[in-house]
Design a binder for this molecule. Structure first.
Ligand code: CA
Length: 706
C-alpha cells in the first residue's frame, strides 16, 4: 500500500483533522481560532503582544527566580541592518522566529538553534530616512495563515510567504511623496491587516487602515483628525471632532498618527488605537483659537468590522508637547472598588497612568507615575488634566522647561502585565526639555515641523550647565499596581532611554538597558537576580517561548531611536559605546559567549582652521538644528550611534562635504541631499559651525584623552 492510499484512509477516519492539516500552510500556521486561544499556547508568541489583550506575559515557568542564575546564551544572530536602533518584538511560531530590524528588514531564524532560514529585504530607499522622526526602526510583523505582514519605513504593507520568504503582495498604504513612515507592527483581526503610520513631526494627517490579508485590498480607513472642512468630513465622528478645531490646521496635516499601539477585545469586537501628537506641536501655530483638537493624544475604540468610531478618551487636550498617546495599551480584568471591571491601561508620554473601562471609555483612575510639571493632576469629575498656565509656551510666548519632554515619561517601549503579581512593569524616563516657541516658523519639506525652536533650546557649551543637566538624566524600571494606582517597587537605571519588558510565571521580569545589560528581576520585589552583557544598548522588549520542551528568553539589542539620535551628547554619555545589532536567546544551563568586541581606534579631532564670522556661525548653528541635529545629535556632539560630525574627514574638504550635503552621495544610508532647502552658502555655514564646535572640543579632548 503506498502512502497516498494510507493518507486517504486516515483522512477518512479523521476527516476534520485532515481538512485542517491540508488547508494549513507549512509555516506561520496562525488563524483566528489559534489567536483567540493564544493564552493557552504559551510555547508560541504569535502576535505582537503575545495575546490580543497585549499583556506581554509568558505563562512559561521552567525559568524561575530560583534557577535564573544558570541562564546562559543559547544562540545569537547578527542582524544585517547597520548599527541603528533595533526595536522589534520577535514572533515565534512552531519553532521558527520572525524578527525585524532597522530599515524594515525581516529575518526568519530556527528558534531552537539560531540557524538562519531566510531574509527578506524590502529595499527601503535611503531617501525615506529623513521622514522618520526617530530612526529607521521597525517593531515587528503580524502572522496569518502562512504569511507575515510587514510595514516598511516608506509606507508599504507587504505580505511575505512564511515558508519561502518571498513576497506575495505589496500595497502602498500612504500617498506617494508624502512624509509618512511605518515603524509599528501590524495586527491581524478577522482576516484584516491593521496598520497605522508616523509622521506627526513632519506634517501629516494620522489614520489607521485595514487591508484584506488574502489579497491586500483596502477595506477601511479611520482618520484620527478632521481634514479641510470645505471638502466635507469622512464620518460623523470627524464632524464632531472638527468642532474642537478652529484654524487652518489641515495645512499642517494636524497630526494624530497611529504609529505604534493597538489592542483587540474579541468579546466587544473593538479595536483600540493609541493616537499621537498634533502637527506642529506648538498649538498656537497649529490651531490658535481651537479647543481640545480631537482625537489627538487619545485612546479611540473603533469597530473591527467597519472602522467606525465607538468611544474615545483624550489624555492631553489641546496638546502642545508631543505627548503622544500611542504608547502600549493592555487589556485586563481587574477588581476595582469591589467590582470586576474589563479595563484598558496605558502609561502614555504625559506621565499619567490611566485605567479606563474598555467597554465605555469611563475613566477609573489617573495617577502620575513620574515627575510632572505641566499639570497638577487629573480632575476625576471632568476626566481632564489640570494644566499649569505657563506650560502653554505658544500662548505665553515664553520658554517652558517641561517634565516630561517630548521623549515622554514613558515612550513606546512595551510594558507587561503579570496576572500572578497583578502588577504592570514598564520603563520610566525622567528628562526635562525646553519648549521655546519658534518665532519664525515655516513648513519645511525636510527636517521637522514642530513650531519649537530646537536651536534656541540646544545644549549650552558651558561645562557646569552641562554637568547639571546630565545629573538630572534618570530612568528606572517601575512595578505599578493598577488597582491601588501606585508604585510598588522601582529599579534605578541612571539613564533615561531603556528597553521594554516581559514578565513570566516564573516570578521574573526581564529588561535590557542602555548600559548594555539584559537583566532579570524578581517580579514581586524588584531584586536584581541575573544579567548578561549585551555589547549594545537595548530598547526592544524581550519575549519567552518554548521549543521541544525547553523555555527560551529572546531579546533584540541595538541602540538608537528618538533620544538615541536627537539628544546628542546626553545620549552618547548614557549608553555603552559598542552597538552590535543582534538577537540574543537564552536558556537554562547554556554556556554560549559573544565574540570579543573589535578594539576601536581612538579618534582624534583634527578640524581645519576655525575662521568663520560670528554671523555665519550663528546661521550655521540654526541650520544645523533645523536639518542635522535630530539625527546627528544636538549641538554637534555626536550620539554614539550615527556619525559624529566633529570627526568627519568631510570637514577638511568642501567639495566632498557638498557632495554629501547637497548631492546626496550618502543617500543610500539615509543621508539625503538637502539641496531643496539649502544652497551652497548655507551648506558651507553648517560646515563652519561644526568646525567651530570641533575646535572648541579639541581643547577638552586634549586633556581628557591623556
Ligand atoms: Ca510624536
Amino acid at each position: 500500500m503506498n502512502r497516498g492510499w494510507l493518507s486517504v484512509m486516515v483522512c477518512g477516519v479523521l476527516m476534520a483533522a485532515c481538512v485542517q492539516k491540508l488547508s494549513m500552510p507549512p509555516q506561520a500556521r496562525v488563524d483566528e481560532a489559534r489567536l483567540l486561544a493564544a493564552d493557552s499556547d504559551p510555547g508560541n508568541w504569535m502576535t505582537h503582544g503575545r495575546t490580543y489583550d497585549e499583556q506581554r506575559f509568558s505563562p512559561l515557568k521552567q525559568i524561575t527566580a530560583a534557577n535564573v542564575k544558570t541562564l546562559g546564551l543559547a544562540w545569537s544572530y547578527d542582524l544585517d541592518t547597520a548599527h541603528r536602533g533595533q526595536e522589534s518584538t520577535p514572533l515565534v511560531i512552531d519553532g521558527v522566529m520572525y524578527v525585524t530590524g532597522a530599515w524594515s528588514k525581516l529575518f526568519a531564524i530556527d528558534a531552537k538553534t539560531g540557524a538562519p532560514k531566510w531574509t527578506f529585504d524590502p529595499k527601503v530607499p535611503g531617501t525615506a530616512a529623513p521622514n522618520a522622526c526617530c530612526d529607521v526602526v521597525n517593531r515587528g510583523v503580524a502572522a496569518w495563515k502562512g504569511r507575515l505582514y510587514l510595514g516598511t519605513l516608506d509606507g508599504r504593507l507587504i505580505a511575505v510567504d512564511a515558508a519561502s520568504g518571498h513576497k506575495v503582495w505589496e500595497v502602498a498604504t500612504t500617498p506617494p511623496g508624502s512624509r509618512y513612515t511605518i515603524t509599528g507592527a501590524p495586527r491581524v483581526v478577522k482576516g484584516k491587516v491593521l496598520i497605522g503610520n508616523g509622521g506627526a513631526e513632519m506634517g501629516v494627517r494620522g489614520f489607521l487602515a485595514a487591508f484584506d490579508a488574502e489579497t491586500g485590498k483596502a477595506l477601511w480607513k479611520f482618520y484620527t483628525v478632521p481634514g479641510d472642512p470645505a471638502k466635507g468630513f469622512e464620518n460623523k465622528a470627524l464632524e464632531r471632532a472638527a468642532q474642537t478645531w478652529k484654524g487652518e490646521w489641515w495645512r499642517f496635516g494636524g497630526g494624530g498618527t497611529v504609529w505604534d499601539s493597538m489592542a483587540y477585545d474579541p468579546a466587544l469586537d473593538l479595536i483600540y488605537i493609541g493616537v499621537g501628537n498634533g502637527s506642529p506641536w506648538n498649538k498656537k501655530l497649529r490651531d490658535p483659537n481651537g479647543g481640545d483638537n480631537l482625537y489627538l493624544c487619545s485612546i479611540v475604540a473603533i469597530k473591527a468590522e467597519t472602522g467606525e468610531y465607538v468611544w474615545h478618551y483624550q489624555s492631553t487636550p489641546g496638546e502642545s508637547w508631543d505627548y503622544d498617546a500611542t504608547q502600549h495599551m493592555i487589556l485586563a480584568d481587574l477588581e476595582i472598588g469591589g467590582k470586576m471591571r474589563s479595563v484598558i491601561m496605558q502609561a502614555p508620554k504625559n506621565g499619567i497612568f490611566y485605567v479606563l473601562d474598555r467597554a465605555t471609555g469611563e475613566l477609573l483612575s489617573a495617577e502620575p507615575f513620574a515627575t510632572l510639571n505641566w499639570t497638577t493632576g487629573v480632575d476625576m469629575t471632568t476626566g481632564r488634566p489640570i494644566q499649569v498656565p505657563s506650560a502653554s509656551y505658544g500662548n505665553t510666548g515664553k520658554p517652558f522647561v517641561a517634565m516630561p519632554g517630548p521623549g515622554g515619561a514613558h515612550n513606546w517601549q512595551p510594558m507587561s502585565f503579570n496576572p500572578g503579581t497583578r502588577l504592570v512593569y514598564f520603563p520610566v524616563t525622567e528628562l526635562a526639555f525646553p519648549y521655546i516657541p519658534d518665532g519664525d516658523f515655516k513648513k519645511h519639506d525636510l527636517g521637522w515641523n514642530t513650531g519649537v525652536d530646537f536651536n534656541a533650546g540646544s545644549l549650552p557649551q558651558d561645562p557646569k550647565i552641562k554637568a547639571q543637566i546630565k545629573s538630572g538624566l534618570k530612568g528606572h524600571l517601575v512595578a505599578w499596581d493598577p488597582v491601588a494606582a501606585k508604585e510598588v517597587w522601582r529599579a534605578e537605571l541612571n539613564s533615561p532611554w531603556n528597553g521594554g519588558v516581559v514578565s513570566t510565571a516564573g516570578n521574573l521580569v526581564f529588561q535590557g538597558n542602555s548600559h548594555g545589560e539584559f537583566v532579570a528581576y524578581q517580579a514581586m520585589t524588584g531584586e536584581r537576580l541575573w544579567s548578561f552583557a549585551t555589547q549594545a544598548g537595548v530598547l526592544a522588549a524581550p519575549i519567552s517561548y518554548q521549543v521541544d520542551g525547553e523555555q527560551y528568553v529572546a531579546i533584540e539589542v541595538g541602540y538608537g531611536g528618538a533620544f538615541g539620535l536627537a539628544a546628542g551628547e546626553l545620549s552618547r554619555d548614557t549608553h555603552i559605546a559598542s552597538n552590535v545589532p543582534r538577537v540574543l536567546v537564552f536558556k537554562l544551563g547554556a554556556q554560549g559567549a559573544l565574540p570579543p568586541l573589535p578594539k576601536n581606534a581612538m579618534l582624534r579631532l583634527h578640524p581645519p582652521a576655525d575662521t568663520a564670522s560670528a554671523a555665519d556661525l550663528m546661521q550655521g548653528k540654526m541650520a544645523y538644528h533645523t536639518y542635522c541635529g535630530t539625527c546627528h545629535g544636538d549641538s554637534a556632539t555626536g550620539n554614539g550611534v550615527l556619525p559624529d560630525l566633529r570627526y568627519t574627514a568631510l570637514l577638511n574638504d568642501q567639495a566632498a562635504w557638498d557632495s554629501v550635503v547637497l548631492q546626496g552621495a550618502d543617500s543610500a544610508r539615509g543621508m539625503v541631499s538637502f539641496k531643496a532647502e539649502l544652497d551652497r552658502a548655507a551648506s558651507e555655514r553648517i560646515r563652519a559651525y561644526i568646525i567651530h564646535r570641533a575646535t572648541e572640543d579639541k581643547t577638552l579632548e586634549a586633556t581628557s584623552h591623556e
